[in-house]
Write a protein that binds this ligand. Structure first.
Ligand SMILES: [Zn+2]
Length: 410
């Protein structure tokens, strides 16, 4: 009997990743903003590879590629994204797409394997034009008005114009077909140091953290920086700086093991060297996968603000401007990845939350979802020097393909 099965091929995974790195290369990384020529060529590259896995697709009206199979049996959706941050790394996104492609090649032509893997590249995961526009479009969470309003955050170019220039204007968008898929699996580089520092090969993602964002405003009294004595000042900037330090003193007593918080922007008004700031504002973010814990931290933030206000120099107001919803990864998917890493990575895996956002959190709103991480050298990402050992890339791919097989066999 002829055997036309394509077995797992680690060298092919590395060759594909390097082929994608050569498109839009920058130093050892890539520069592929959404809808750039290099991004579009990468999508074309994927469309041309898909038939090797028995899949067909076109680039759709939002820049997604979703390859579909005619093989009978259950379908598993797998993928990631092909655009990059500006002047950034070669693996953030392409790793997950190439793993999905390899799984599809290994499984779809195997008559003995149950079902098929379908491969997706979601457009603009990196947020050049918005927030998860491609995967949100696929799950039905993006309106035409959203697209009308979207603009490139660096150039200001409208998304409609970018779609037209890329030749995608007027093409239909691909929607998720209800009950077509048993779920969605995505591989990604960790972009942190947990795996590397633990000597581990595979991260089994338990959840993708939610992001809560706050605007914290300070109101004091604007006055002359030379004539106003120190003891009578109502310096909103100083109150803000003290508040930042107070957060760092208080939060560790109440946070969870993986909670992170960041003051990402500070503005002082009027912001001149000879004027005591009358107003100050900070944008503050907390990430965790436990909404209950965030509630308690938010209460703490508000009581700290009330305390400063009660001291009488500055009024502090805390306003929540973004409410995060953590995405919980499916238990069966976590088990499948763990079992696969026992088979192909010596069980060197750990269950961990993802502190970064991924398309899997969007897909998780309509189907069971799972994620697998591979180590990042030095934890570096969103920089052209981002890298992963070839051996870790191949091990991760093998675990990914096996996890797909197990999920389809269930
Ligand atoms: Zn990514």
């Amino acid at each position: 009997m002829p055997d036309n099965r394509l077995p797992f091929n680690g060298a092919r995974v590395l060759a594909d990743l390097n082929a994608l790195r050569a498109i839009g290369a920058y130093k050892s990384g890539v520069h592929k903003p959404t809808f750039s020529e290099a991004h579009m060529r990468s999508l074309e590259w994927l469309v041309q590879r898909l038939p090797e896995a028995g899949l067909v697709a076109e680039i759709d009206g939002i820049g997604n590629v979703v390859g579909t199979s005619t093989k009978s049996g259950p379908k598993l959706l797998a993928g990631s994204h092909l655009e990059s941050q500006n002047y950034a790394g070669w693996l953030d996104g392409p790793l997950g797409v190439v793993y999905a492609l390899e799984a599809a090649r290994a499984i779809n032509s195997d008559g003995g394997a149950n079902g098929a893997v379908e491969v997706a590249a979601w457009c603009d995961e990196e947020g050049h034009f918005g927030s998860f526009l491609g995967s949100r479009s696929y799950v039905g969470g993006l309106t035409d008005a959203d697209i009308d309003a979207a603009r490139d955050r660096s150039s200001g170019r409208s998304m409609r114009e970018a779609l037209r220039d890329a030749g995608l204007a007027g093409r239909p968008r691909t929607w998720a077909e209800p009950r077509r898929h048993i779920g969605y699996l995505e591989a990604h580089i960790e972009q942190g140091r947990t795996l590397e520092s633990g000597g581990l090969s595979i991260g089994v993602v338990t959840s993708i953290v939610g992001i809560w964002q706050y605007r914290i405003s300070f109101e004091g009294e604007q006055n002359h920086a030379g004539t106003t004595r120190m003891d009578v000042r109502k310096d909103a900037g100083l109150a803000l700086a003290r508040f930042c330090v107070a957060i760092d003193d208080e939060f560790p007593k109440h946070c969870g093991p993986r909670t992170v918080w960041t003051t990402g922007r500070i503005t002082l008004d009027p912001g001149a060297p000879s004027i005591i700031p009358g107003q100050a504002e900070m944008l503050f973010q907390i990430r965790d996968d436990d909404p209950g814990l965030i509630d308690r931290l938010e209460d703490l933030l508000r009581s700290m603000a009330a305390e400063v206000t009660a001291q009488g120099r500055c009024r502090v107001a805390v306003e929540r401007i973004r409410t995060g919803a953590p995405a919980i990864m499916d238990a069966a998917f976590q088990q499948a990845i763990e079992a696969a890493s026992l088979a192909f990575a010596g069980g060197r895996s750990i269950r961990m939350p993802s502190g970064a956002g991924h398309d899997a959190q969007i897909l998780a709103t309509i189907m069971p979802a799972g994620m697998l991480f591979v180590p990042s050298i030095g934890g570096i990402s969103h920089h052209w020097s981002e890298n992963t050992d070839d051996a870790d890339i191949v091990t991760g791919a093998q675990v990914f393909v096996e996890a797909c097989r197990r999920l389809l066999a269930e």
